[in-house]
Design a binder for this molecule. Structure first.
Ligand code: NAP
Length: 440
């Protein structure tokens, strides 16, 4: 069998899956590629994770559309591995299987009070406002005056920014109608952005940090005492560059004291490690411990203090969710792999391979690397002839599964864009509505 008619299966049609499909298509022209997703919609984080007011970032979906639209590529949406098809069946069907399932599950804080009402993980919260069907009914409580967001990454900034924006400022976003209603009814006055280390260790990026300066009703409050005047020795060039730029923005915020009277205050609180969430039945306050940073690590000193927190959102990173049979590294929350190799014929790429780090285009390099790895492994090996999508189609038909193909996605897309009425789109957020739109 020539490598040109290999059957390739990809599990997960997010950015990594799409980049991998593109890379394989280029490096193994003539390969047949099936790309599965548990949702009826492709593009993973681009649709369900990227902030709805960052439409520029979502433009990458156009490139992914071209990949999924190729004759050699089939999109099989609404197919969950472990429910509709097993991992073993996939391995029996495809010469090469690539796992690109991302990281959807929230990391746990592991502190008392985490299970109180009005405490959410960012994954849950973002899935809710972005209209992912299984997160749609979260109905988060945003009915108090204070929200504490734990974490100093870009996800924490996304959430704080969206909560800080006015309805007008969200008008050009694709924030879902159910979330807009909750945001508009909320009367939040204080949003705390809590970092367990200092501003130089924060992982958020400067462009995202600077966006707070443009929000009309938001005061950005930073205690200048928390901001170092100069960079310490020992930072890498990259850390220096990011640290300098972030510090400049934060010093600017610290100098804007006159904004205190604005209706929404965003407090940047550094060197504060979460210790407990307190409340009778729901969150009321967040207990924090002052920290100092010693080579990279936050050290607590037992000097605790509290901030009011009617809602707590932890934005501290994600874990992948394995399906039965998939080799999994439970400690790290990723697919067990050695530089992308999972087991013979099976590979992993993207966040499920290396952990939830890096912006969408960062997954391109990973995809090219996995494609090269596959090519190298195939060199000199004639893989056994496997049936590819034909086997999968038979199994899905026997099980009354309802796969959504690329044409089905295009119908969903058209229906959502048409419903947008001035917005980029109004997403369909119920599974049945998505499936109905797909069959048009
Ligand atoms: P992240 O950048 O890894 O940030 C996680 C934050 O949580 C860090 O500040 C971390 O602090 C903190 N943290 C972890 N465990 C904690 C604990 N137990 N208690 C308190 N704090 C804790 O992750 P993310 O914000 O989820 O973002 C994931 C990736 O997506 C990142 O690469 C991000 O840049 C990307 N992203 C990009 C955009 C954009 O470009 N606009 C938007 C969203 C996401 P330590 O550093 O001390 O561990």
């Amino acid at each position: 069998m020539s490598q040109s008619n290999l059957h390739i299966g990809i599990v997960g049609a997010g950015p990594s899956g799409c980049y991998v499909a593109d890379a394989i298509g280029r490096k193994l022209p003539g390969a047949f590629i099936d790309i599965f997703d548990r949702l009826p919609t492709p593009f993973g984080l681009v649709r369900g994770g990227v902030a709805p007011d960052h439409q520029g970032t979502k433009n990458i979906a156009r490139q992914f559309e071209r990949t999924l639209g190729k004759d050699s590529v089939r999109f099989l949406g609404n197919i969950a591995i472990g429910r509709d098809i097993s991992y073993e069946e996939l391995k029996a069907a495809y010469d090469v299987l690539i796992i690109t399932i991302g990281a959807l599950e929230d990391r746990r804080l592991g502190i008392p009070g985490e299970n109180l009402d009005a405490v959410y993980g960012s994954g849950q919260f973002v899935a809710w406002y972005n209209g992912i069907p299984d997160g749609r009914d979260l109905d988060p409580k945003l009915d108090g005056k204070s929200v504490a967001i734990i974490g100093n990454g870009n996800v924490a900034l996304d959430i704080a920014r969206l909560l800080g924006k006015t309805a007008d400022e969200l008008a050009s976003s694709d924030l879902c109608a159910h979330a807009r209603a909750v945001f508009e009814a909320a009367c939040i006055e204080d949003i705390w952005l809590v970092g367990r280390r200092g501003p130089l260790e924060a992982s958020f990026t400067t462009a995202e940090l600077a966006e707070f300066g443009e929000l009309s009703r938001v005061a950005t409050l930073v205690d200048p005492v928390q901001l170092p005047q100069a960079l310490p020795d020992g930072l890498s060039e990259e850390q220096k560059k990011l640290g300098e730029k972030n510090l400049e923005v934060l010093h600017g915020y610290a100098a804007r004291g006159e904004q205190r009277e604005r209706p929404v205050r965003i407090h940047f609180l550094f060197h504060a490690a979460p210790v407990a969430i307190r409340g009778e039945t729901r969150a009321q306050e967040l207990v924090l411990d002052h920290t100092r940073v010693e080579p990279g690590v936050a050290i607590t000193g037992g000097k605790t203090f509290t901030i009011p927190a009617d809602t707590v959102i932890s934005a501290i990173g994600y874990r992948s969710t394995p399906f039965p049979g998939l080799p999994f590294d439970t400690a790290r929350g990723i697919v067990a792999n050695t530089q992308g190799r999972v087991e013979p014929g099976v590979y992993a790429a993207g966040w499920c391979k290396r952990g939830p780090q890096g912006v969408v285009p960062a997954n391109r390099a990973d995809a090219l690397a996995v494609a090269d790895l596959i090519l190298a492994d195939l060199a000199g090996h004639e893989p056994g002839r496997k049936p590819g999508g034909a086997l999968i189609d038979t199994l899905l038909a026997e099980r009354d599964a309802r796969p959504v193909d690329f044409a089905g996605w295009q119908k969903i897309n058209a229906a959502e864009v048409a419903a947008g009425q001035g917005r980029p789109r109004e997403k369909l957020t119920r599974l049945e509505d998505l499936l109905a739109a797909a069959t048009g």
